[in-house]
Design a protein around this ligand. Structure first.
Ligand code: KG4
Ligand code: ZN
Length: 340
C-alpha cells in the first residue's frame, strides 16, 4: 500500500492540472495549465470559455504529466478527480477524463472534494498532525474546517455571503487592478496605511464570516469620493480593506483555536498566498498559541493544482472512497459528504 501511485486530475475553475504521487506525498509529476491570461481580459473567469479551454488542454496536460513521471496510466493504482465544488462545465471535463481513464485501464475511481485537496496540499510540505484546524481561504470558500483525525471533516464556520477571495477580486476590479484582483490588492496594500474607516458586518454565529458588507463599504467609499469630486489614495484604500478583511478572518479563527485546541493549524487555498495573512499567522498566532503548530504552505501549494488532489485522493483511496461510472460533477459538493 505504501507504494501506491495515484493520478490526480483538477479542473474545477481555470486551471487544467494533472499530477501523480507515490506513497501519498512523493510528487512524480505536477503539471498545471493556467487560463489566467485569457480570463484577465474579461476581468474574471468566463465559465463557458473555461470549459472549452479545459477540453483543449486536458490531453496535453495528461501526456506531459505521464512523460515527466516516466509512467503509463497502466502503472497507477487509482484515478482521483475533483468532483466539486466548482464550475459545472469545468468540473465536467476533469470528471469525464478520469472516468475514461478508469474505464479504459480498469482502475478504481476516487472522487475528491476540492477543499480536501487544498487542506492536504499541506501534507506535501509537512506531516499533518491531528486534531487539525484548517483555515480555508480561496476564491469560492472561506471556512474553518476541524479534522479530529485523518479524512474526517467538520465545518465549524463558513461565510454567510462572499468568499474572501471573491471580495478581494472585486475590490481589485474597482481599484482598476488586473485580474485576479486579490493578488494586486495585496501588493498595493504594502505601500499604504490602514487609514480609511470601513464597515465590517456582524455575523450571527461567532465562527462564521461575512465579507459582502466590507466589499460594499469599499464601493460606497469610492462612489462618495467621485460624487464629491474628492481624491483618495488607492494604496491606503487597499491597505484599509485588507486589514479589515483579515481582522474579520482572524476573530472566528482565534475563537476556534481556543475552543478546539488543535495540535496543528494549516492555511489552505489561493488566498493563503496573501503576504499579510501569512505574516499574521507566523507572528501573531504563533506567539499567542505557542502549543499549536502553524503551517503556512509554500506559494506553489496555495493555488489550484492536481498534486493536492492526488495527495487527498491517495488518503481517500486508503479510506475506501470509491465512485462508479455514474460519477458526475457536483458544483455544490459538500465536504462532510466525503466522510466515510
Ligand atoms: O484556491 P484558488 O486558486 O481558486 C479557488 O479555489 O477559488 O484561489 C484563487 C483566489 C483568487 O480570489 C485570488 O485573488 C486569490 O486566491 N489570491 C490572493 C492572493 N493570491 C491569490 N488573494 C490575496 N492575496 C494574494 N496574494
Ligand atoms: Zn481552489
Amino acid at each position: 500500500m505504501s507504494d501506491t501511485i495515484i493520478l490526480g486530475i483538477e479542473s474545477s475553475c481555470d486551471e487544467t492540472a494533472v499530477a501523480m504521487v507515490r506513497s501519498d506525498t512523493e510528487v512524480l509529476a505536477n503539471v498545471v495549465a493556467t487560463q489566467i491570461d485569457v480570463h484577465k481580459d474579461f476581468g474574471g473567469v468566463v465559465p463557458e470559455v473555461a470549459s472549452r479551454i479545459h477540453v483543449e488542454n486536458i490531453s496535453m496536460v495528461l501526456a506531459e504529466a505521464l512523460q515527466n513521471a516516466h509512467l503509463s496510466v497502466a502503472d497507477v493504482d487509482a484515478i482521483a478527480v475533483t468532483q466539486g465544488p466548482g464550475l459545472i462545465g469545468s468540473l465536467h471535463v476533469g470528471v469525464q477524463a478520469a472516468k475514461t481513464l478508469a474505464w479504459a485501464f480498469r482502475k478504481p475511481l476516487v472522487p475528491v472534494h476540492h477543499i480536501a485537496g487544498h487542506i492536504y496540499a499541506n501534507a506535501l510540505v509537512t506531516k499533518l498532525e491531528f486534531p487539525l484546524l484548517a483555515l480555508v481561504v480561496s476564491g469560492g470558500h472561506t471556512e474553518l474546517v476541524y479534522m479530529p483525525d485523518e479524512w474526517q471533516f467538520t465545518i465549524l464556520g463558513t461565510t454567510q455571503d462572499d468568499a474572501i477571495g471573491e471580495a478581494g477580486d472585486k475590490v481589485g476590479r474597482v481599484l482598476n487592478l488586473p485580474y485576479p484582483g486579490g493578488v494586486y490588492v495585496d501588493r498595493l496594500a504594502k505601500e499604504g496605511k490602514a487609514c480609511y474607516p470601513l464597515a465590517t458586518p456582524k455575523t450571527e454565529r461567532e465562527l462564521d464570516f461575512s465579507f459582502s458588507g466590507l466589499k460594499s463599504s469599499v464601493l460606497q467609499f469610492i462612489a462618495r469620493c467621485e460624487r464629491r469630486n474628492e481624491t483618495f489614495e488607492p494604496a491606503d484604500l487597499a491597505c484599509s480593506y485588507q486589514e479589515c478583511a483579515l481582522r474579520e478572518l482572524f476573530t472566528p479563527t482565534r475563537i476556534a483555536l481556543c475552543q478546539y485546541q488543535p495540535k496543528m493549524m494549516v492555511l489552505a487555498g489561493g488566498v493563503a498566498a496573501n503576504s499579510r495573512l501569512r505574516e499574521m499567522v507566523e507572528q501573531d498566532l504563533c506567539n499567542e498559541f505557542p502549543d499549536i503548530r502553524f503551517v503556512v504552505p509554500p506559494l506553489s501549494c496555495c493555488t489550484d493544482n492536481a498534486a493536492m488532489i492526488a495527495v487527498a485522493g491517495s488518503i481517500a483511496y486508503r479510506h475506501g472512497v470509491r465512485a462508479d461510472f455514474s460519477l458526475s460533477a457536483d458544483p455544490g459538493f459538500e465536504l462532510t459528504s466525503s466522510i466515510l
